[in-house]
Design a protein around this ligand. Structure first.
Ligand code: PHE
Length: 339
């Protein structure tokens, strides 16, 4: 009987399979109910007690070997099967997931596009700034609270190195080196020393606009802002300007756009007023022109500034500003295909 076991083992060792059918044949021959192993176990009952130990061990070893061998052969076909899937060029391909643009990029690009159509080019400035470009040249009085560490991130106190709190600093840089006419927008990141909540963050993004030329009036500003709002929020959008104050513009205003969600009837997004505040604007203060080397008797101009997060929140119905900075793919994936 030991000889028979040896022969079967040799047969198994040299067994090959050209197809899955061959593996199945091997399985039937060795480990099915009527296979060789069952027969061996049957014969085992008649083995003399002295031989039982050796024969029993041999049969068990053969069984383990048979199972391993058959599994190995089967696996080799399964793997080959997978390779066949990949090399079959007629099969439809695996769906490839396309990335999405960040909602802030979508809105920034849209704003750049809208102003690009009416001749505004794009300029950028540094995020790490000095007091002159962020405050002094913009006519901030020395005691203005924005100059306080409470409101602004200072990197160094004297000479002042700080993170810009608004993109108006780029106005100054552009006016200092470009003779009018100027017609530009400045997108960029800004920083404020604020507690982080659903509505406020210590970093966010703005787009600033600046136009300097001869005979520029407040009516020009109003017309451009109306054009912008209708492009961004739809043809039916209305705007209203409320008097306001900024050190660098005179007169100054805040602009509201009619609520695009309820169409001006009043809802919880516009808190029942029908209006959404989206930007600050005004005529560039003559002091600022003088500080930047532009003759205020010859030139006038307007400036405006808006927060990109705020506009993205209104456009996409996002209720928490922190979502923009968490990079949760479940949030970001929702914008695939938007732009
Ligand atoms: N810089 C202002 C702000 O951050 C916005 C603004 C820009 C206002 C230009 C008027 C003119 O709130």
């Amino acid at each position: 009987m030991l000889n028979k076991i040896k022969e079967l083992r040799q047969e198994l060792e040299s067994a090959t399979a050209a197809a899955l059918d061959d593996v199945e044949a091997l399985r039937l021959r060795f480990i099915s109910k009527k296979g060789q192993l069952s027969q061996l176990f049957e014969e085992f009952k008649t083995v003399s007690p002295e031989q039982k130990r050796a024969v029993g061990q041999a049969i068990n070893e053969l069984k383990t070997f048979a199972l391993e061998k058959i599994n190995l052969l089967r696996e080799s076909f399964e793997n080959r099967g997978e390779q066949d899937v990949h090399s079959d060029l007629t099969r439809p391909s695996e769906p490839l997931r396309l990335g999405a643009r960040h909602p802030l990029s979508i809105v920034r690009n849209e704003i750049i596009d809208i102003f690009g159509h009416i001749g505004f080019n794009v300029a950028e400035g540094p995020e790490i700034e000095d007091d002159w470009h962020v405050f002094s040249a913009l006519n901030f009085p020395p005691e203005h609270p924005a100059r306080d560490m409470q409101d602004t991130f200072f990197i160094q106190r004297s000479p002042d190195v700080l993170l810009r709190t608004h993109t108006s600093s780029v106005q100054v840089r552009v006016m200092e080196k470009t003779p009018p006419p100027i017609r530009s927008i400045f997108p960029g990141r800004v920083y404020r020393n604020e507690a982080i909540s659903a509505r406020a963050h210590c970093l966010f993004h703005q787009v600033e606009g600046l136009l300097i030329d001869e005979n520029v009036s407040f009516a020009d500003l109003k017309q451009v802002l109306l054009y912008f709002s209708r492009e961004l929020f739809g043809e039916k959008s209305e705007i209203r300007l409320r008097p306001s104050y900024f050190p660098f513009t005179e007169p100054s205003a805040e602009m509201d756009v009619s609520c695009s969600i309820c169409g001006g009837k009043g809802c919880n997004i516009c808190k029942g007023t029908g209006w959404l505040e989206i930007l600050g604007c005004g005529m560039v203060d003559p002091n600022v022109l003088t500080f930047c080397g532009i003759d205020p008797k010859k030139y006038t101009g307007y400036a405006f500034g808006m927060g990109i997060e705020r506009i993205a929140m209104l456009k996409f119905g996002i209720s928490d500003i922190r979502l923009f900075f968490e990079n949760d793919v479940r949030f970001l994936r929702q914008f695939s295909g938007v732009a």
